[in-house]
Design a protein around this ligand. Structure first.
Ligand SMILES: [Zn+2]
Length: 121
């Protein structure tokens, strides 16, 4: 669980929390409040009821997040990657809004590189 990433979501992407709350039929305002409190005070400070909402609507956003999969620019089908993102990289993922595992990241960098080369020639 990455509470730093949660702080970043609280500050910059609260709509992710709202979305997740709605998907879990929870009150978005309540979930956002719990996210704020948990980011500052830690999961253990939550009440049983708050933990319930945290586990349902928040945990999946900051723990065992799946790679979004790299899709080549000209590919019709989106890339499918089962890799779980490294907890330490999660904050950066949210900051850059890019959710790639190492291998997809390398693939993406590779393509960007060959594209840059193509325009150089
Ligand atoms: Zn991946």
């Amino acid at each position: 669980m990455n509470l730093e990433a949660l702080s970043d979501i609280n500050r910059n992407n609260p709509e992710i929390l709202e979305q997740s709350a709605k998907e879990n039929v929870a009150d978005p305002e309540k979930v956002k409040g719990i996210a704020l409190f948990a980011a500052d005070n830690g999961y253990d400070s939550l009440s049983a009821n708050q933990k319930y909402h945290f586990d349902k609507s928040i945990r999946a956003l900051i723990e065992n997040v799946q790679c979004h999969g790299y899709t080549h620019e000209f590919d019709e089908t989106p890339g499918n990657c089962e890799a779980i993102l490294n907890d330490d990289d999660l904050l950066e993922c949210y900051q850059n809004d890019v959710f790639y595992c190492e291998s997809c990241q390398a693939q993406s960098a590779d393509d960007a590189h060959s594209k840059a080369k193509f325009f150089e020639d």
